[in-house]
Design a protein around this ligand. Structure first.
Ligand SMILES: Cc1cc2nc3c(=O)[nH]c(=O)nc-3n(C[C@H](O)[C@H](O)[C@H](O)COP(=O)(O)O)c2cc1C
Length: 319
């Protein structure tokens, strides 16, 4: 069973990948979504979105866009780079994206989605092409499977399914029965995603007809989640103060200064939920714009609550 880091805007950049890799990592890392038009316009920050280090052969670039021409042209650019694959975002349900016709809105029009994929497929000749999607706009298994089969026939080589509708955003639990359905009926690998919040759930989802499990928010909160799942039965120890400080260090090293504040805030919103008084730490961090001041707050927190620093866990494999 392969493990994937989910694409998450402002979160799944090189610094987070390196942090996860320090524990041994997962098999493949999706990039944060890259705007097709942004890439074509070539702003000075684009180099950070396409930085696939330190292991480009394990990074799948995800493209987001609302028109076939720009997605195809951007895919052709990414196809020239070293990477493990190119993915099209048909899952994002954020209003800022769907208003423009990107993300999950592709799922509302089967014909134009398939035409777009067909056009992109002709541009991507060196790497596998995949699509990440939701259930669309209702929970109709026939419609979902019709859409997936269309993608498969258009030459998509892997599908990641986050089994919620556009409207559900993150509400209700992810419907893994749809992942099972797709995995049983398609001929291409299907990756399941949604609500894998800790290592025991990751171990539990590691059995099934799907080819891989993708983890999003759980891997930001616990960058050791993949290592912990793979170490089932053995003890692992994590210094959670060191992880926080290491993240800030990697952020400064790998990202431009313009991104430090927002990306640190986004990371700590998830990371701080590990701790009993984490909401206080998170509030303090959100008041700071300097990452060194954020680091000082982290040190102060663990001086005050030293018992929270070391996490020592042995995962008991599910029967
Ligand atoms: C902050 C944030 C940003 C996200 N950005 C993207 C994105 O750029 N592309 C995408 O396909 N999905 C995006 N997602 C959705 C995740 O990839 C994933 O499908 C979702 O979080 C469910 O998985 P989880 O329960 O493991 O978090 C994002 C989710 C979050 C929380």
């Amino acid at each position: 069973m392969q493990y994937y880091l989910a694409p998450m805007a402002t979160l799944t950049h090189r610094a987070l990948r390196e942090l996860i890799l320090e524990f041994g990592g997962c098999d493949y890392f999706f990039s944060e979504m890259i705007s097709a038009r942004g890439l074509l316009n070539g702003g000075h920050l684009e180099q950070y979105y396409v930085d696939a280090g330190p292991h480009p052969d394990r990074v799948i670039y995800q493209l987001m866009g609302s028109d076939a021409d720009s997605i195809a042209a951007a895919a052709a650019m990414l196809d020239e780079r070293d990477c493990a694959g190119i993915d099209i975002n048909m899952g994002c349900a954020a209003p800022a994206i769907t208003r423009q016709g990107g993300g999950v809105s592709w799922m509302s029009d089967y014909d134009s989605a398939i035409r777009m994929v067909d056009q992109v497929r002709r541009q991507v000749t060196r790497h596998p092409l995949s699509v990440k999607l939701r259930l669309g706009f209702d929970e109709d298994p026939e419609r979902v499977m019709h859409f997936c089969r269309g993608l498969e026939q258009a030459g998509v080589e892997m599908i990641t399914m986050h089994p919620r509708t556009a409207k559900q955003k993150f509400k209700r639990t992810a419907r893994w029965s749809f992942v099972e359905l797709a995995a049983e009926h398609l001929h291409i690998p299907v990756i399941g995603n949604g609500d894998v919040t800790d290592a025991s759930r990751l171990v539990a989802r590691s059995r099934g007809p799907w080819s891989g499990v993708m983890v999003g928010r759980g891997a930001v909160q616990q960058p050791w989640i993949f290592a912990q799942a793979r170490a089932a039965g053995q003890q692992i120890e994590v210094d959670r103060e060191a992880v926080a400080l290491q993240f800030l260090e990697l952020l400064r090293r790998r990202q431009p200064a313009e991104f430090w504040k927002s990306r640190a805030h986004r990371f700590f919103a998830y990371y701080c939920t590990n701790f009993a008084w984490g909401h206080n730490l998170n509030t303090g961090i959100h008041r700071e714009s300097d990452t060194h001041a954020m680091g000082a707050l982290v040190r102060q927190y663990f001086r005050r609550y030293p018992q929270e620093r070391i996490l020592s866990v042995a995962l008991v494999p599910n029967p």
